[in-house]
Design a protein around this ligand. Sequence first.
Ligand SMILES: *[C@@H]1O[C@H](CO)[C@@H](O)[C@H](O)[C@H]1NC(C)=O
Ligand SMILES: *[C@@H]1O[C@H](CO)[C@@H](O)[C@H](O)[C@H]1NC(C)=O
Ligand SMILES: *[C@@H]1O[C@H](CO)[C@@H](O)[C@H](O)[C@H]1NC(C)=O
Length: 390
Amino acid sequence: MALFSLLFIFILIQHCEAEGPDPVVVRADGLCATVIDPQGYKCQEFEVKTEDGYILTMHRIPQGRGRANRPGRQPVLLQHGVLMDGMTWLLNSPEKSLAFILADAEFDVWISNVRGTQWSRRHVSLDPSSPAYWSWSWDELSIYDLPTTVDFVFNQTGQKLHYVGHSMGTTIALAALSERRLVDKLKSAALLAPVAYLSHMTTALGIIAAKSFTGEILRWVGLAEFDPKGLVAKGFLNSICHAPGVDCYDLMTAFTGTNCCLNSSSIDYFLQFEPQPTSVKTLVQFAQIYRDGVIARYQYGWRRGSTTTTTAYNISNVPQDFPLLLSYGGRDALTAEKDVQQLLNDLRGHEEDKLSLQLVKEYAHIDFVMAVDAKSVVYDGMIEFFRRQS
Ligand SMILES: *[C@@H]1O[C@H](CO)[C@@H](O)[C@H](O)[C@H]1NC(C)=O
Ligand SMILES: *[C@@H]1O[C@H](CO)[C@@H](O)[C@H](O)[C@H]1NC(C)=O
Ligand SMILES: *[C@@H]1O[C@H](CO)[C@@H](O)[C@H](O)[C@H]1NC(C)=O
């Protein structure tokens, strides 16, 4: 009998260890219920709290479609870009969307949603209607949101993670790695359309936006929430769209370049969920990178050349043996090839076999997450890269 009880307790302990904190009850209107479950995948939702009080939702697709649950799958964390959220990775059919492809390739897929986006708008004491809630730039995403989500997955799975970032999802990872943060919890990072420098961006809308965020608009919108959908309502975009060189008939093209391979029904789907709000400070910080040609912390004094070496992130300081994959597009109007060259120059000391590079000539910014052929062009190679690191 004693032996039996002991065995029972042992099984109980095993069980608790395997489960970890319980997922939160899935929201009826959330990504799991509306987007992931209907495709036939298991899905879990978790809430994690950052050190500065933001409550973030994470989504997990623990296994592929119709697969048995095998423990010990390799976790991978997907980090979206600015004005986007976790939906980034789910916009095409399961055969073409990275989150589903990774789940079907036996990865344990975790999707983050940064503060201020639709599933991560709560805070322990602040309300999104107050400017105080929005008092952060991407520095805070790198310092708080990113380590919180990485730690959470690491704690839940007991394994080091692979990381996939798109656009700003690469910026905040490069900033963290340059300060030698996260290094002990990540196995590798795949950086899609990496943004460290922006001086050569060619998008007319982006340049106008960058210039606006250095001037008048700040006084107008204040340092609070930047909600693109709200701006449409306020007629702001309408006025920008009459600027020379900007054709807002196709806003996505005006902002990101001529994406080669988007499915028009995926764009309609995209517009149901995106774009997402962010803080004005985040956009100001990107405008500062554009202006100063340096990847640096948010500058409070708005003066040209106020960036100093003490506020700049030193990308050369990314550990030289940390496995990196960089994939960038020849037609990307935000991540220009010349700016990627500058980033590669910072990484010139990186160990050769730890740095994989891919230039996709026909891709622009959004192709990396939405192109109908991204699986064969980018994702299959990424999965091989991950497997080489294990
Ligand atoms: C992960 O585990 C460590 C050690 O138990 C704990 O201090 C930390 O708060 C956990 N982090 C998260 C995000 O759950
Ligand atoms: C575009 O999306 C629609 C709807 O999801 C799908 O039926 C169609 O096969 C897609 N086309 C391509 C080329 O992927
Ligand atoms: C940046 O980091 C590299 C590598 O750690 C170091 O050699 C260099 O001196 C640093 N540069 C600055 C400006 O601190």
